[in-house]
Design a protein around this ligand. Structure first.
Ligand SMILES: C[S@@+](CC[C@H](N)C(=O)[O-])C[C@H]1O[C@@H](n2cnc3c(N)ncnc32)[C@H](O)[C@@H]1O
Length: 250
């Protein structure tokens, strides 16, 4: 898988769900589906952290992800919770479903998995191919913070703590990073301390600066309708934690 993160513990379904307990974005996504309609396609849906709560609201959803392990967890959870979701094992840079969507969304910084211009352009081209005339595409990415990107790479910073899926106690995760300012890739190392041993995982995240992502969307055929700075729908401004961009095909 050229240009994106390879399979790793970080995107392994079971530990992902034990580690990632984030729910603050769910009400935002529910209100976007109500506003823009269905069916809905989530790009890089992972274990269904967002997809499943949306389907529980009665919305029609398709979740697409490149990781079988993440999808296996998603399928198991949706069966357990008796919600009907179409799960697709596919690459968001190359999918052709022969179906149109009222809303396509790319939540929780997953777009940072697209490292090269050609990855971004091929993903945007697939989005254009699947968006209804009145449909919306919503991206949710960080507003880069230079103080985090440029912090001391010799130190370890707290990341998370979660129960080991194999029952070996609590796993403590610390991280550090080296930011490459030519490729705009933040090379993160995650140190998982499991039963006295340390397992290192790498996560490479492409950083998108505000003016850059707006220009990329424009030159790839999208018009930005609104740009928000957080899930409370506050407008994007200097210091906003997020860039949430609502756009349509021009
Ligand atoms: C941060 S997780 C987000 C999962 C989920 N959307 C959430 O909000 O919890 C990023 C996901 O992107 C997926 N991914 C990475 N590269 C991808 C690609 N090229 N196409 C589809 N999914 C990809 C990973 O497998 C992982 O599940």
């Amino acid at each position: 898988m050229k240009g994106t993160n390879k399979k790793q513990l970080y995107f392994d379904g079971k530990p992902y769900d034990l580690r990632v307990k984030f729910v603050r974005d769910i009400p935002f996504w529910v209100s976007q589906v109500r506003k823009y309609g269905e069916p809905v396609l989530e790009l890089a849906c992972g274990t269904g952290r967002v997809t499943i709560p949306l389907a529980k609201e009665g919305f029609k959803l398709t979740g697409l992800d490149i990781s079988e392990s993440m999808l296996a967890e998603a399928r198991e959870k949706s069966e357990r919770e008796k919600v009907d979701i179409e799960w697709l094992h596919a690459d968001c840079r190359d999918f052709h479903l022969g179906k149109m969507f009222g809303l396509i969304f790319f939540p929780f910084n997953s777009m940072s998995e697209l490292h090269r211009l050609e990855d971004i352009e091929s993903c945007f081209s697939c989005v254009r191919e699947h968006l209804k005339k009145e449909g919306r595409f919503i991206i949710d990415i960080f507003n880069p913070r230079l103080n985090i990107l440029l912090r001391d790479s010799t130190k370890h910073y707290p990341h998370s703590t979660y129960p080991d899926p194999d029952g070996k106690g609590m796993i403590e995760v610390t991280e550090n990073n080296i930011y490459d300012d030519a490729t705009q890739i933040n090379r993160i190392k995650l140190y998982h301390k499991i039963a006295g041993k340390v397992e290192i995982n790498e996560l490479n995240m492409r950083i998108f600066y505000p003016q850059e992502i707006d220009a990329l969307l424009k030159y790839d055929g999208f018009t930005i309708e609104r740009k928000l700075g957080d899930y409370d729908e506050s407008p994007f401004k200097s210091g906003s934690p997020k860039q949430i961009i609502i756009c349509y095909v021009s």
